[in-house]
Ligand binder design. Structure first.
Ligand code: PEP
Length: 244
């Protein structure tokens, strides 16, 4: 279960979140729990999560170890500060910053080089779903951004299916819609990396997951976890999702 804080919270607010959140999930051992705060909160979050069952991830990275790339952060830096995960190709980054499938591959490889688990997002926009192009879009994103990884690299990634029309809109995909998309992605994994990889890969659903809909989503065999935006900002609400 991963929380994506997007561009919310200061270090002081991060501290307050963890004070409230850690005791609520301390005895939960069913799943991996990850919080992805903005860069300036990483230090506070890593300190707060130390010794707990919560891992910390970043929301983006740049490829390469270091260099003249103003405003960017490398996998090496994220590893050094204590991050264990990194979100790649969130639809907001695809949409606002023009991230391409080639970027996804470079970023995933850079994350893996520095022992970060990439959480790679795919998902269709509303007009793509309405024009019946969901599978085509997912195939393009998988083939361009994920399939070029080696089998060893693929074994270390997490995929997040996030239909863009469900993100931050309060419109959750029905469990069936989400499961169908996950099934499509898993078949694509099977065709490229084989049945063991398709079985093992974790595919998270993301898009308006809340305490009151998580149980039905997680009841689907195909859904292995959730990537949660808005509802991860509140300690009680994210704890309720983690222990659904
Ligand atoms: C997200 O940002 O990845 C997300 C799924 O957001 P929300 O849960 O707010 O829809």
């Amino acid at each position: 279960m991963a929380g994506n804080w997007k561009m919310y919270k200061t270090p002081a607010e991060t501290h307050a979140f963890f004070e409230a959140f850690k005791p609520l999930v301390a005895s939960d051992s069913r799943c991996d729990i990850v919080i992805c705060p903005p860069f300036p909160d990483l230090h506070a979050a890593i300190k707060e999560a130390d010794g707990s069952n919560v891992a910390i991830g970043a929301q983006n990275l740049y490829w390469g170890r270091e260099g003249a790339v103003t405003g960017e952060v490398s996998g090496h830096m994220l590893q050094a500060v204590g991050c264990r995960y990194v979100i790649i190709a969130h639809s907001e980054r695809r949409q606002y910053f023009g991230e391409s499938e080639a970027d996804v591959v470079r970023k995933a490889e850079a994350a893996l080089e520095f022992e970060l688990t990439p959480v790679i997002c795919v998902g269709e926009r509303l007009e793509e779903r309405e024009s019946g192009r969901t599978d085509e879009v997912l195939a393009e994103q998988f083939d361009g951004g994920i399939a070029p990884l080696s089998p060893d690299q693929f074994a270390k990634i997490v995929i997040a299916y996030e239909p863009v029309w469900a993100i931050g809109t309060g419109k959750t995909a029905t469990p069936q819609i989400a499961a169908d998309a996950h099934g499509f992605i898993r078949r694509r994994v099977n065709a490229k990396f084989g049945p063991d990889a398709a079985n093992a890969v974790r595919i998270l659903y993301g898009g308006s997951v809340k305490p009151d809909n998580v149980k039905n989503l997680m009841a689907e065999e195909e859904i292995d976890g959730a990537l949660v935006g808005g509802a991860s900002l509140d300690a009680k609400s994210f704890a309720a999702i983690v222990s659904f």
